[in-house]
Design a protein around this ligand. Structure first.
Ligand code: FES
Length: 167
């Protein structure tokens, strides 16, 4: 008998898990980020196409190696930011993403945070070789810190694995 307690996902999460919108890669994306969660080791990639003349997001896609909640969160997030300016997209919180999904179970909050953190990393990537706008914080936000770049994630996870095998 399994000791796992089934998660209560809402209708919207299940729907987007089954038929995710904006799943895939944008070739020649103007900004992208691959980031993973330390909470679970799962990864997500976000791709953005940006209209340089007005700084608006014209297309957004994602690839997720995460759970149903992460797929649904990334899917709805990419829907929410299409047509938005980068500044407005930056402001979208994981809570808004969760609300749009009809709520996430509390053990799955980090899956929504991962989607938002990866988006912010992609926005930061866009400005890597451009003058930074005033609204872009110099310090990484909490969401970005929870959506670590691949190398950093691997480094921490392998350190953890070494520690636990030494115990
Ligand atoms: Fe890893 Fe949801 S459990 S992204």
């Amino acid at each position: 008998m399994s000791s796992r307690v089934p998660l209560t996902y809402g209708k919207k999460v299940i729907e987007l898990f089954r038929s995710p919108k904006n799943l895939g890669k944008i070739d020649n994306a103007d900004a992208e980020a691959l980031a993973g969660s330390l909470a679970c080791g799962d990864m997500i990639a976000i791709y953005l196409k940006i209209d340089e003349t007005n700084g608006k997001i014209v297309d957004a896609k994602f690839e997720s190696y995460g759970c149903a909640a992460n797929i649904a969160a990334a899917s709805i997030l990419t829907e929410m930011i299409k047509g938005k300016s980068l500044q407005d997209a930056w402001k979208v919180s994981w809570k808004e993403v969760s609300d749009e999904l009809g709520g996430l179970p509390s053990v799955k909050y980090h899956c929504g945070v991962l989607a938002v953190g990866a988006l912010r990393r992609a926005i930061r990537d866009y400005y890597a070789d451009k003058p930074k706008p005033d609204w872009l914080p110099q310090e990484l936000t909490r969401e970005e810190k929870q959506a670590l770049e691949e190398e950093k994630l691997m480094e921490i996870l392998s350190r953890r694995a070494q520690k636990s095998s030494a115990n």
